[in-house]
Write a protein that binds this ligand. Structure first.
Ligand code: NAD
Length: 265
């Protein structure tokens, strides 16, 4: 029988890097569906803008790379939820440089790994004991289609996102016996300012116009278009729901089916 919750109090979620983009869409959807949502983000101004629109969502300024701040952020949430943390979404990420590996700046390499991997570790480390004590919980790590393919000129990002798959698979095994599910979502290119920046940088590396890179990216996807942040949010909400009560250790692409990331122009 599915192990669904019996009590009627709202479920609680922590979404990292959620003042804008995909994280914001996830936080907003969960909030609209009755979850008590807490977010963190390193960008104070973006948090203020988000809270103006959705005051029901609690927010903390936190750089996920700061382990102590991450632990304090989870603590602060627990004070408000009476110790409950049903869902952790590790969404905060950064796309890193676009260049052949030998031209990658070491500081950029470290920062890309730090935000995507160590930031995820910091929040997992704070959240898992809470979920274990409760005997229930769900974790969703936001990876990327960069975690499914080789990705020329994006080695820091690919390394970071492949690491999240290793963490997801391993944690599903460590935490399954504790009734905690762990999954990853691999978004394809999401319409919005972030992918515009990625396209700009890729176009500069290739020495072509941004429009040509956009068409290339769209052509690499069987459905020939980018996904939306709301597409990712709906999958996250599904994975967090009782309908996904036996879904764990899965790497779910929401991408319109990426065929490759390595077509030359
Ligand atoms: P975004 O840049 O629009 O938003 C990211 C948010 O995270 C921002 O509000 C930013 O301030 C915050 N953030 C960045 N570094 C942080 C840190 N160290 N600590 C706390 N907050 C931090 O990005 P997005 O497109 O919404 O991406 C969200 C996640 O989805 C990332 O992990 C990204 O790698 C992944 N992803 C995005 C795409 C895409 O096309 N946009 C595709 C695949 C995967």
């Amino acid at each position: 029988m599915a192990q669904s919750r019996q009590d009627a109090s709202p479920r609680t979620a922590m979404v990292t890097g959620a003042a804008s983009g995909i994280g914001r869409a996830i936080a907003s959807l969960l909030s609209a569906r009755g979850w008590q949502v807490h977010i963190c983000d390193a960008d104070r101004d973006a948090i203020a803008r988000m809270r103006d629109e959705n005051p029901a969502i609690e927010a903390s300024v936190c750089d996920v790379c700061d382990a102590m701040r991450a632990a304090q952020t989870v603590e602060r949430m627990l004070e408000k939820t009476g110790g409950r943390l049903d869902l952790l979404v590790n969404n905060a990420g950064t796309s890193g440089m676009n260049a052949p590996l030998e031209e990658i700046d070491p500081d950029d390499w470290r920062r890309t790994l730090d935000v995507n991997v160590n930031g995820t570790f910091n929040f997992l480390r704070a959240a898992i004991p809470v979920m274990k004590r409760a005997g229930t919980g769900t974790i969703v790590n936001i990876a990327s289609t960069a975690a499914l393919f080789g990705y020329p000129n994006r080695s820091p990002y690919a390394a970071a996102k492949w690491a999240l798959i290793g963490i997801t698979k391993t944690l599903a095994m460590e935490l399954g016996p504790h009734n905690i599910r762990v999954n990853a979502i691999c978004p394809g290119s999401v319409e919005g300012p972030r992918i515009d920046g990625v396209i700009e940088r890729d176009a500069r590396t290739r020495g072509v116009a941004p429009d040509a890179v956009r068409r290339l990216y769209e052509g690499q996807v069987s459905m020939r278009r980018f996904v939306s942040a709301d597409d990712i949010a709906r999958m996250c909400a599904f994975l967090a729901s009782d309908d996904a009560g036996m879904v764990s250790g899965q790497i779910v692409a929401v991408d319109g089916h990426t065929e490759t990331l390595s077509n030359p122009l």
